[in-house]
Design a protein around this ligand. Sequence first.
Ligand code: FES
Ligand code: FE2
Length: 451
Amino acid sequence: MKANELKFSDIDRLIVDNVEQGEFWVHRDLYRDPAVFELEMKYIFERNWVFVGLDSQAPNPNDYFTTWIGRQPIIVARDKQGKLGAFINSCSHKGARIAHHRDGNAKQWVCSYHGWAFDTAGACIYIKDQDAGCYAEPFNKLDHNLKKVKFGQYRGFLFASLSDDVPSLDEHLGDAKKMLDLVWDQGPEGIEAIPGVSSYTYNANWKMQVENCIDAYHLTSCHPSFMNIVSRRKAGESRNKQVKSIDFNVMDVVKGGTACFPRGHAVIYATNPLENERGMFVHRDEAVARCGETKTKWMLATRNLTIYPNVQFAENASLQMRVIRPLSVDKTEMTIYCIGAKGESDAAREIRIRQYEDFFNTSGLATPDDTIAYEDCQFGFRAKALDWLQGTARGMTGYHTGPDELSQEIGIQPDSGFMGAMGAWDETVYFGGYRAWKQFIKDGLEADGLL
Ligand code: FES
Ligand SMILES: [Fe+2]
């Protein structure tokens, strides 16, 4: 079916949300129907706040970086006054890409096709031959500047929206902001992307990544090689003494929880018995003096956070930022960064980077396991004889609405959650994302008069 032929009733039937009766089911078409993908891009990515980067990616005047909102190419730039903004990366003249690089510093961008120039505030500052008088008045009256997009910032986290018809960024993030605080406050001046970004693609739907980050169920079965290596290191069988990565065998009994926030954001978290092996632990005393014992405990905790729809902060072995870019219904691009506190010591940073390389990086022990698992799922989705997944049932007996003891300690008021030992963690943490998914598409269709 084509996207413009899908009705909301077709979308509505793809998710059965009947939690009172212990049922929440997701249809496989969510991951394999190109028409569904079209609606997702239009209403979830291109009419919503989308994460575009960290302020540290453009720290100085005239710094910029390029990214995407859904399928649309974007430049995020700091102008010569130091103000951040976002623009469509397309020349007003004949549409050419203006900024070619992943990042850089430029007082102006000169379009490589016909030489029009734009400053880092997006203003068109030169049109070749305009002085020769060959343009008529209607052209001269046009706005030639780069197309600005709505831009928002929470602390150093940068967001943009192609639509002006979105709630405030504050409302969009809601209490998930407090989980972002646990990331940002790891240093007195916040966090930054450590140089060394990696990108890769996998041949599966973008939501496989959204779910994997908050999927504690897969850890022990999908990453046995990593777990075995950690065990062998502990047993003294490795000469590599410097990497102390997270041990899921220890974590399995740790108490923690999951939480869903409005608009699709979700988190899984657990206290960390191995917090002294974290890079941030080097500066624990400073963190306690600045943020207090409780907040520091939760900053040192393991915590995987999704800010829907496209950014994740995975914090267990180290701290990884993952930016998700859907390319098609069955292909996704990931861009990943190791994150560290600004100004932290070499000792802290070395621990972060070594742990990051060990577990998270494209060459790490975890990422290939996960991406192969996504591709195996997408392979299985070819089986049209099968309709419904059974991947949203674990933990239904412990599902609750509102906050619980742990979320209250952290200071968040989620819509729903689960609390217990990590080994019993749930799949109900996906409910918030699916509910938001349906709501975004419904709101979009309604706004377009297609409901
Ligand atoms: S396309 Fe940019 S100047 Fe012609
Ligand atoms: Fe994984």
